[in-house]
Write a protein that binds this ligand. Structure first.
Ligand SMILES: [Zn+2]
Length: 326
């Protein structure tokens, strides 16, 4: 899994009693009226020059999104006992149009099998919170990224000695084109890491995704496949691929501590210097949800229900820790 260690301290929390009414209000009130959503600092005062990024989700019924604009009014409470000009404690952002474009629908990156969707869609997933400043612009390329880890029929990610890549169930798994596309970037030559240990190579913008491929779709969306097995890439730059074509094999290179596939779709080819775009898989089945990523390190794995394949989803993105079958 790709692990980040920057967000240990929770900076804010939502009061449920404030969130619930705001969700209802947003759907029915005029866009000119403000919606109260109180965010309370939990971690104490912020000093001059500090900044805080607040992530939250708001449900908006589809019928109300047309023409809807969303802005933020941020009020800062001065420290107790200090005098502050009230005009300097409130910030209002220009309202932005709410996007109505539907997610890009793509096919599965694997032929079959049971997969844990790690660091996937949720408010607090590491991918979503990895804001990177590249060439002067801050973006979240991995906003909708997923780290797929394969599980065997017993829910185990590995059997035997977990320090060997070959003992991980997904290692070497063929990785497929999720759409008809052109290969835009091929990057190979990095070694696989030893599982459950930090990468031995220097991690930078060029190496964070390990050996990787970028496909460009007809409308310019880029699909990034990261952490590929060294020497496994079966396509060349400029090559046209069809959905379902084998591109490479699952590996453990770059910023990776166990064999997995990192996949995301963004508006640019850079692993970090791009903005993540919404996408969804045409179809998959949900077996259940793992309690945490720790199940991957346990020899007994995930003791969830045997994948039954009954809960079929279409045109959705699996949420964090879902165990799914393609
Ligand atoms: Zn990842």
């Amino acid at each position: 899994m790709v692990r980040h260690h920057r967000f240990h301290k929770r900076l804010a929390f939502f009061r449920q009693k404030d969130i619930d009414p705001s969700l209802v209000v947003l759907a029915t009130k005029s866009v000119h009226q403000s919606v109260p959503l109180e965010i309370v600092e939990e971690a104490g005062d912020r000093g001059a020059g500090d900044f805080v990024v607040v992530f939250f989700d708001t449900l908006i019924p589809k019928a109300t999104t047309s023409g809807l604009r969303l802005g933020h009014r941020i009020q800062v409470a001065p420290a107790a006992g200090t005098q502050t000009d009230p005009s300097r404690t409130v910030l209002e952002t220009p309202p932005l149009a709410v996007a109505t474009k539907l997610p890009l629908i793509v096919d599965a990156p694997f032929k079959s099998g049971s997969w844990l969707a790690a660091n996937a869609l949720s408010n607090n997933a590491d991918h979503r919170r990895t804001i990177a400043v590249v060439n002067g612009a801050s973006r979240i390329a991995q906003r909708y990224a997923i780290d797929f880890v394969k599980l065997d029929p017993h829910g185990r990610a590995y059997s035997g000695d977990p320090s060997r890549n070959e003992n991980w169930v997904g290692y070497g798994e063929p990785i497929l084109a999720v759409a008809d596309a052109i290969v835009e970037r091929v990057f190979d030559g990095l070694p696989d890491n030893q599982p459950l240990t930090p990468p031995s190579i220097r991690i930078g913008l060029d190496t964070i995704a390990g050996n990787h491929l970028v496909l460009v779709l007809p409308n310019g969306e880029r699909v990034l496949y990261g952490h590929l097995k060294p020497g496994s890439i079966a396509v060349k730059k400029g090559e046209h691929v069809k959905r379902g074509d084998i591109l490479a094999a699952l590996g453990n290179s770059g910023q990776s501590d166990a064999p997995h596939l990192h996949i995301h779709i963004a508006d640019g080819a850079s692993a970090l210097g791009a903005n993540g775009l919404t996408f969804a898989f045409r179809t998959f089945r949900v077996a259940g949800y793992a309690p945490s990523l720790q199940i991957l390190e346990k020899p007994e794995g995930w003791n969830g229900p045997a994948p039954s394949g009954r809960d079929v989803r279409e045109n959705e993105l699996p949420t964090d820790l879902a165990v799914i079958e393609f």
